[in-house]
Design a protein around this ligand. Sequence first.
Ligand code: 13P
Length: 258
Amino acid sequence: MIGRGLSNGKEMRLLIAGNWKMNGLAASLEEVRALLRGLEGRPAGVEVVVCPPATLVAKVAAEVQGKIGVGGQDCHPKPSGAYTGDVSAEMLRDAGASWTIVGHSERRQYHGETDDLVRSKAEAAWRAGLGVIICIGEIEAERLAGKEEAVVDRQLANSVPDGAATAKTAIAYEPVWAIGTGRTPTNDDIAKMHRHIRKVLVARFGKAGQGIEILYGGSVNPKNAKEILAQPEVGGALVGGASLKAADFLTIVAAAPA
Ligand code: 13P
Protein backbone atom coordinates (compact mmCIF):
# COMPACT_ATOMS: atom_id res chain seq x y z
CA MET A 1 0.00 0.00 0.00
CA ILE A 2 1.06 3.54 -0.54
CA GLY A 3 0.12 6.75 1.17
CA ARG A 4 0.30 8.02 4.68
CA GLY A 5 1.25 6.24 7.85
CA LEU A 6 -1.39 5.46 10.43
CA SER A 7 -0.95 5.48 14.18
CA ASN A 8 -0.13 1.77 14.01
CA GLY A 9 2.65 2.40 11.54
CA LYS A 10 0.72 0.89 8.64
CA GLU A 11 0.68 2.72 5.34
CA MET A 12 -2.77 3.32 3.97
CA ARG A 13 -4.09 5.01 0.87
CA LEU A 14 -6.59 7.81 1.37
CA LEU A 15 -9.94 7.23 -0.32
CA ILE A 16 -11.93 10.23 -1.49
CA ALA A 17 -15.31 9.34 -2.96
CA GLY A 18 -17.90 11.65 -4.47
CA ASN A 19 -21.54 10.65 -3.95
CA TRP A 20 -23.57 12.47 -6.60
CA LYS A 21 -26.85 11.20 -5.09
CA MET A 22 -29.80 11.81 -7.48
CA ASN A 23 -27.94 14.41 -9.49
CA GLY A 24 -26.39 14.26 -12.92
CA LEU A 25 -27.33 13.95 -16.57
CA ALA A 26 -25.17 13.12 -19.58
CA ALA A 27 -24.02 16.76 -19.57
CA SER A 28 -22.33 16.11 -16.21
CA LEU A 29 -19.67 14.12 -18.05
CA GLU A 30 -18.06 17.51 -18.65
CA GLU A 31 -17.39 17.68 -14.88
CA VAL A 32 -15.83 14.22 -15.06
CA ARG A 33 -13.54 15.35 -17.88
CA ALA A 34 -12.57 18.43 -15.86
CA LEU A 35 -11.88 16.20 -12.86
CA LEU A 36 -9.59 13.96 -14.91
CA ARG A 37 -7.71 16.97 -16.28
CA GLY A 38 -7.27 18.34 -12.77
CA LEU A 39 -6.03 15.02 -11.42
CA GLU A 40 -3.28 14.59 -14.00
CA GLY A 41 0.05 14.13 -12.28
CA ARG A 42 -1.45 13.93 -8.82
CA PRO A 43 0.43 11.99 -6.15
CA ALA A 44 -0.58 8.33 -6.02
CA GLY A 45 -1.48 8.46 -2.33
CA VAL A 46 -5.14 9.23 -2.93
CA GLU A 47 -7.70 6.92 -4.52
CA VAL A 48 -10.47 8.96 -6.14
CA VAL A 49 -13.90 7.43 -6.78
CA VAL A 50 -16.99 8.99 -8.36
CA CYS A 51 -20.40 7.47 -7.55
CA PRO A 52 -22.86 8.86 -10.10
CA PRO A 53 -26.50 7.76 -10.35
CA ALA A 54 -26.90 4.27 -11.83
CA THR A 55 -27.92 5.74 -15.20
CA LEU A 56 -24.45 7.26 -15.58
CA VAL A 57 -22.20 4.50 -14.24
CA ALA A 58 -21.41 3.05 -17.67
CA LYS A 59 -20.90 6.47 -19.25
CA VAL A 60 -18.62 7.67 -16.46
CA ALA A 61 -16.67 4.39 -16.52
CA ALA A 62 -16.16 4.75 -20.28
CA GLU A 63 -14.98 8.31 -19.76
CA VAL A 64 -12.49 7.65 -16.96
CA GLN A 65 -10.96 4.46 -18.45
CA GLY A 66 -9.81 3.22 -15.05
CA LYS A 67 -7.89 6.42 -14.22
CA ILE A 68 -10.20 6.89 -11.23
CA GLY A 69 -12.73 4.55 -9.65
CA VAL A 70 -16.45 4.50 -10.38
CA GLY A 71 -19.03 3.36 -7.84
CA GLY A 72 -22.72 2.75 -7.46
CA GLN A 73 -24.75 4.34 -4.66
CA ASP A 74 -26.67 1.21 -3.64
CA CYS A 75 -27.19 -2.37 -4.78
CA HIS A 76 -29.77 -5.12 -4.34
CA PRO A 77 -28.72 -8.18 -2.31
CA LYS A 78 -29.64 -10.57 -5.16
CA PRO A 79 -27.74 -10.80 -8.46
CA SER A 80 -30.93 -10.69 -10.59
CA GLY A 81 -34.65 -11.34 -10.40
CA ALA A 82 -38.12 -9.83 -10.22
CA TYR A 83 -37.19 -6.67 -8.29
CA THR A 84 -38.56 -3.83 -10.39
CA GLY A 85 -36.46 -0.70 -10.26
CA ASP A 86 -33.53 -2.25 -8.40
CA VAL A 87 -29.95 -2.56 -9.60
CA SER A 88 -27.73 -5.47 -8.61
CA ALA A 89 -24.06 -5.37 -7.71
CA GLU A 90 -23.36 -7.57 -10.74
CA MET A 91 -25.04 -4.97 -12.96
CA LEU A 92 -22.91 -2.20 -11.47
CA ARG A 93 -19.80 -4.28 -12.04
CA ASP A 94 -20.91 -5.05 -15.60
CA ALA A 95 -21.37 -1.31 -16.20
CA GLY A 96 -17.79 -0.62 -15.11
CA ALA A 97 -18.08 0.08 -11.39
CA SER A 98 -15.41 -1.09 -8.96
CA TRP A 99 -17.12 0.16 -5.79
CA THR A 100 -20.57 0.70 -4.37
CA ILE A 101 -21.92 2.61 -1.40
CA VAL A 102 -24.41 0.73 0.80
CA GLY A 103 -26.43 1.79 3.83
CA HIS A 104 -26.38 5.50 3.13
CA SER A 105 -28.58 7.32 5.65
CA GLU A 106 -30.84 8.49 2.80
CA ARG A 107 -31.49 4.82 1.94
CA ARG A 108 -32.02 3.98 5.61
CA GLN A 109 -34.34 6.98 6.06
CA TYR A 110 -36.35 7.08 2.83
CA HIS A 111 -36.36 3.37 1.98
CA GLY A 112 -36.51 1.91 5.47
CA GLU A 113 -33.27 0.00 5.05
CA THR A 114 -32.29 -1.98 8.14
CA ASP A 115 -28.85 -3.00 9.33
CA ASP A 116 -29.59 -6.57 8.22
CA LEU A 117 -30.44 -5.45 4.69
CA VAL A 118 -27.36 -3.25 4.52
CA ARG A 119 -25.21 -6.22 5.59
CA SER A 120 -26.65 -8.39 2.82
CA LYS A 121 -26.01 -5.61 0.29
CA ALA A 122 -22.37 -5.39 1.37
CA GLU A 123 -22.02 -9.14 0.86
CA ALA A 124 -23.64 -8.79 -2.57
CA ALA A 125 -21.10 -6.13 -3.51
CA TRP A 126 -18.19 -8.42 -2.66
CA ARG A 127 -19.85 -11.35 -4.46
CA ALA A 128 -19.83 -9.20 -7.61
CA GLY A 129 -16.21 -8.20 -7.10
CA LEU A 130 -16.91 -4.65 -5.93
CA GLY A 131 -15.38 -2.82 -3.01
CA VAL A 132 -17.99 -1.54 -0.59
CA ILE A 133 -18.38 1.69 1.36
CA ILE A 134 -20.70 0.96 4.29
CA CYS A 135 -22.29 4.10 5.77
CA ILE A 136 -23.09 4.57 9.44
CA GLY A 137 -23.84 7.58 11.63
CA GLU A 138 -26.19 8.92 14.26
CA ILE A 139 -29.10 11.34 13.90
CA GLU A 140 -29.01 14.61 15.80
CA ALA A 141 -31.30 13.51 18.65
CA GLU A 142 -28.99 10.56 19.29
CA ARG A 143 -25.95 12.82 19.50
CA LEU A 144 -27.75 15.27 21.77
CA ALA A 145 -28.61 12.34 24.03
CA GLY A 146 -24.94 11.27 24.07
CA LYS A 147 -25.81 8.03 22.30
CA GLU A 148 -23.69 8.46 19.15
CA GLU A 149 -21.18 5.75 20.04
CA ALA A 150 -23.92 3.29 20.99
CA VAL A 151 -25.66 3.90 17.65
CA VAL A 152 -22.46 3.48 15.69
CA ASP A 153 -21.62 0.31 17.66
CA ARG A 154 -24.98 -1.19 16.75
CA GLN A 155 -24.62 -0.25 13.09
CA LEU A 156 -21.07 -1.60 12.92
CA ALA A 157 -22.09 -4.86 14.57
CA ASN A 158 -25.10 -5.42 12.35
CA SER A 159 -24.36 -3.70 9.01
CA VAL A 160 -20.75 -4.82 8.57
CA PRO A 161 -20.42 -8.49 7.56
CA ASP A 162 -17.64 -10.72 8.87
CA GLY A 163 -16.12 -10.67 5.39
CA ALA A 164 -14.88 -7.12 6.01
CA ALA A 165 -11.74 -8.70 7.43
CA THR A 166 -10.66 -9.81 3.97
CA ALA A 167 -12.80 -8.08 1.30
CA LYS A 168 -12.36 -4.51 -0.01
CA THR A 169 -14.21 -2.41 2.57
CA ALA A 170 -14.40 1.15 3.79
CA ILE A 171 -16.63 2.49 6.55
CA ALA A 172 -18.08 5.97 6.06
CA TYR A 173 -18.96 7.74 9.29
CA GLU A 174 -21.62 10.24 8.27
CA PRO A 175 -23.44 11.93 11.14
CA VAL A 176 -26.89 12.39 9.61
CA TRP A 177 -27.27 15.90 11.02
CA ALA A 178 -24.12 16.98 9.17
CA ILE A 179 -25.31 15.81 5.74
CA GLY A 180 -26.20 18.69 3.45
CA THR A 181 -26.47 21.12 6.36
CA GLY A 182 -23.12 22.89 6.29
CA ARG A 183 -22.65 21.77 9.91
CA THR A 184 -19.92 19.35 10.95
CA PRO A 185 -18.79 17.90 14.26
CA THR A 186 -15.74 19.62 15.74
CA ASN A 187 -12.40 18.20 14.64
CA ASP A 188 -12.02 16.71 18.11
CA ASP A 189 -15.40 15.02 17.85
CA ILE A 190 -14.50 13.61 14.43
CA ALA A 191 -11.19 12.31 15.78
CA LYS A 192 -12.92 10.84 18.85
CA MET A 193 -15.49 8.97 16.78
CA HIS A 194 -12.95 7.72 14.24
CA ARG A 195 -10.71 6.43 17.05
CA HIS A 196 -13.73 4.72 18.53
CA ILE A 197 -14.65 3.08 15.21
CA ARG A 198 -11.06 1.91 14.77
CA LYS A 199 -11.14 0.38 18.24
CA VAL A 200 -14.37 -1.47 17.45
CA LEU A 201 -13.00 -2.74 14.11
CA VAL A 202 -9.77 -3.96 15.70
CA ALA A 203 -11.64 -5.63 18.56
CA ARG A 204 -13.69 -7.55 16.01
CA PHE A 205 -11.26 -8.16 13.15
CA GLY A 206 -7.89 -8.03 14.85
CA LYS A 207 -5.06 -6.81 12.63
CA ALA A 208 -7.35 -6.72 9.58
CA GLY A 209 -9.40 -4.08 11.38
CA GLN A 210 -6.45 -1.70 11.03
CA GLY A 211 -6.62 -1.86 7.24
CA ILE A 212 -10.24 -0.78 6.82
CA GLU A 213 -10.43 2.87 5.76
CA ILE A 214 -12.71 5.02 7.89
CA LEU A 215 -14.06 7.89 5.80
CA TYR A 216 -15.72 10.99 7.18
CA GLY A 217 -18.82 12.31 5.39
CA GLY A 218 -21.16 15.22 6.03
CA SER A 219 -20.68 18.75 4.69
CA VAL A 220 -17.08 18.21 3.62
CA ASN A 221 -16.19 21.20 1.45
CA PRO A 222 -13.10 22.86 -0.05
CA LYS A 223 -12.67 25.00 3.09
CA ASN A 224 -12.87 22.36 5.82
CA ALA A 225 -11.39 19.36 3.96
CA LYS A 226 -7.78 19.94 4.97
CA GLU A 227 -8.37 19.91 8.69
CA ILE A 228 -10.88 17.07 8.58
CA LEU A 229 -8.56 14.88 6.47
CA ALA A 230 -5.70 15.61 8.87
CA GLN A 231 -7.54 14.11 11.87
CA PRO A 232 -6.22 10.83 13.21
CA GLU A 233 -7.91 7.73 11.77
CA VAL A 234 -9.66 9.74 9.06
CA GLY A 235 -8.81 7.66 6.01
CA GLY A 236 -10.63 9.77 3.47
CA ALA A 237 -13.95 11.41 2.78
CA LEU A 238 -17.34 10.68 1.30
CA VAL A 239 -18.38 13.94 -0.31
CA GLY A 240 -21.91 14.82 -1.43
CA GLY A 241 -22.75 18.29 -2.73
CA ALA A 242 -19.14 19.42 -3.11
CA SER A 243 -18.39 16.47 -5.41
CA LEU A 244 -20.74 17.76 -8.11
CA LYS A 245 -18.39 20.50 -9.26
CA ALA A 246 -14.99 19.30 -10.43
CA ALA A 247 -13.23 22.40 -9.10
CA ASP A 248 -14.55 21.88 -5.56
CA PHE A 249 -13.90 18.16 -5.60
CA LEU A 250 -10.35 18.73 -6.86
CA THR A 251 -9.68 21.15 -4.01
CA ILE A 252 -10.84 18.48 -1.55
CA VAL A 253 -8.62 15.83 -3.16
CA ALA A 254 -5.69 18.26 -3.06
CA ALA A 255 -6.31 18.82 0.66
CA ALA A 256 -5.37 15.21 1.44
CA PRO A 257 -2.23 14.98 3.55
CA ALA A 258 0.75 13.93 1.41
P1 13P B 1 -22.91 16.44 1.77
O1 13P B 1 -21.41 16.43 1.49
O2 13P B 1 -23.70 17.09 0.69
O3 13P B 1 -23.20 16.91 3.15
O4 13P B 1 -23.36 14.88 1.71
C1 13P B 1 -22.64 13.95 2.43
C2 13P B 1 -23.10 12.62 2.03
O5 13P B 1 -24.22 12.22 2.33
C3 13P B 1 -22.18 11.80 1.22
O6 13P B 1 -22.64 10.49 1.12
